[in-house]
Design a protein around this ligand. Structure first.
Ligand code: FES
Length: 107
């Protein structure tokens, strides 16, 4: 797991799913995410499995996140900015999906 060795100087604060996260100027959004200790950035549309940044150079597309209201941005290529709003992307509901019996009991 990743963690910062020291608090960054001149840190900026971004919001990830509404929680404040401090990051160093020049960090990518993916680097800031990894430093939180929870690397999950999205769920696979096919299987629903959690996904996390992998290559950190823009090649694998595993790091897709919603950044400032724009979905499917590569978080490893976007530098943090004070006040940035970031959201993890949940698995989209398939078109025509029907709730399972367990969903009906819960509601
Ligand atoms: S981590 Fe591979 S494209 Fe961002």
């Amino acid at each position: 797991m990743f963690r910062r060795l020291h608090e960054p100087a001149n840190a900026v604060t971004i919001q990830i799913d509404g929680s404040p996260v401090r990051a160093a100027p020049g960090d990518s959004v993916a680097a800031a995410l990894l430093a939180t200790g929870n690397p999950v950035c999205r769920q696979s549309p096919a299987s629903g499995a959690d996904r996390a940044p992998f290559c950190m150079i823009g090649a694998c597309f595993e790091c897709l996140m919603e950044i400032d209201g724009v979905p499917n941005r590569q978080a490893c290529l976007v530098p943090v900015r004070e006040g940035m709003q970031v959201r993890r992307q949940a698995r989209p509901t398939p078109v025509g999906a029907v709730a399972s019996p367990a969903d009906k009991v819960a509601s």
